[in-house]
Design a protein around this ligand. Structure first.
Ligand SMILES: CC(C)(COP(=O)(O)OP(=O)(O)OC[C@H]1O[C@@H](n2cnc3c(N)ncnc32)[C@H](O)[C@@H]1OP(=O)(O)O)[C@@H](O)C(=O)NCCC(=O)NCCS
Length: 316
């Protein structure tokens, strides 16, 4: 048993192909002003041949290179995704194979947009229990595969990408860098956002999901802080799931952050990348030098199914 784990390094990957709102408006009855006003997205990145496993591998490769560890140090790979087309082999084993990680525990987690926080908690719990020493935790999505590009109510929302974290056990006597998880679901409303069937498209009741996100979730985000023993006003940043700026602003209003706290709004340039959105946004903030080592950050994922999860982490 160890006292916990921390994030050693992060990495991310986004495809180079950019689709702007004006690009979408050339084939759909929509426009830039509506999308920016109602959702907050200006453009999204869409895979150009890359698979979920490709994007997960590229993000993990970067995280591993920054961490100072090598593939032989990793004994657990967890990938959060809801858009992998193949059910077996899972994405985690494909990433392990590509990175030359020998015989790791390897599994995928599917709780859609809250997936990264579920996977991060699971990696942390494995390290605490002694089942892993160093883990790779990845959120990766190719939502363009399951987006109906002729449906303006969903096509304007989603994008592709991946973010990854390398976790390691904290030495005895040092504080844990990943706080307790609060995770949950609202199963009775699960059908409001679904990816169902064999060749599915994402389907949602937009207003029902919006209402749930803006009314039900803030208390859970506050509970995450309570469990971590930190006041929201002490957070350096809030990195929520990147679905809609109006949803993010609604949660922020009820949180009580300090005016200096950074609120991630990566969706403006990336769209909603489901399980990838939180690690993607966090990795970019760290890469840009906006969050110093040790800075406390509230992660909070929510969405499809309907599920949510969050924890406070310390930046690498
Ligand atoms: C999807 C969402 C942006 C729609 O915004 P909204 O303000 O609820 O819009 P409505 O569904 O009420 O539609 C309002 C009007 O805009 C129209 N509209 C819908 N999509 C449009 C688009 N892309 N461009 C232009 N008009 C659009 C509707 O047809 C409707 O027209 P009408 O008034 O003539 O009937 C919003 O409900 C939302 O963000 N929901 C949460 C979805 C989400 O984040 N899902 C992922 C969570 S993980």
């Amino acid at each position: 048993m160890t006292a916990g784990s921390r994030i050693l390094a992060m990495g991310h990957y986004q495809p180079s192909r950019v689709i702007t709102n004006d690009d979408l408006a050339s084939t759909l009855d929509t426009n830039d002003a509506w999308i920016r006003d109602r959702v907050g997205i200006a453009e999204r990145r869409v895979a150009d041949g890359e698979s979920v496993a490709d994007m997960a591998t590229f993000a993990a490769e970067k995280a591993l290179a920054t961490s100072g560890l090598t593939a032989s140090d990793i004994d657990l790979v967890i990938v959060a995704t809801c858009s992998a087309i193949d059910r077996c082999p899972n994405v985690a084993t494909r990433v392990a194979d590509r990175l030359g990680i020998n015989a790791p525990g390897a599994f995928d987690v599917n709780t859609a947009c809250s997936g990264f926080s579920y996977a991060l908690a699971t990696g942390d719990h494995a390290i605490r229990a002694g089942a892993s020493r160093n883990a790779l935790v990845i959120g990766a999505e190719k939502l363009s595969d399951i987006t109906d590009w002729s449906d303006r109510t969903t096509a304007v929302l989603f994008g592709d990408g991946a973010g990854a974290a390398v976790l390691t056990a904290v030495p005895d006597g040092e504080p844990a860098g990943i706080g307790p998880v609060v995770w949950g679901s609202t199963p009775e409303k699960g059908e409001a956002l679904k990816i169902a069937g064999w060749q599915p498209y994402i389907k949602q009741e937009g207003q029902a999901v919006f209402r749930w996100a803006t009314t039900a979730l803030a208390p859970f985000a506050i509970e995450v802080c309570e469990k971590a023993g930190i006041a929201p006003s002490e957070l350096a940043a809030f990195v929520p799931h990147q679905a809609n700026t109006r949803i993010i602003d609604g949660i922020v209003k009820r949180l009580g952050l300090s005016p200096e706290a950074i609120v991630a709004k990566d969706l403006v340039e990336s769209g909603n990348t489901s399980a990838a959105s939180v690690p993607l946004a966090l990795s970019k903030l760290i890469e840009r030098g906006e969050l110093p080592s040790g800075a406390p950050v509230l992660l909070f994922g929510f969405g499809g199914g309907l599920t949510y999860a969050g924890q406070v982490v310390r930046c690498p």
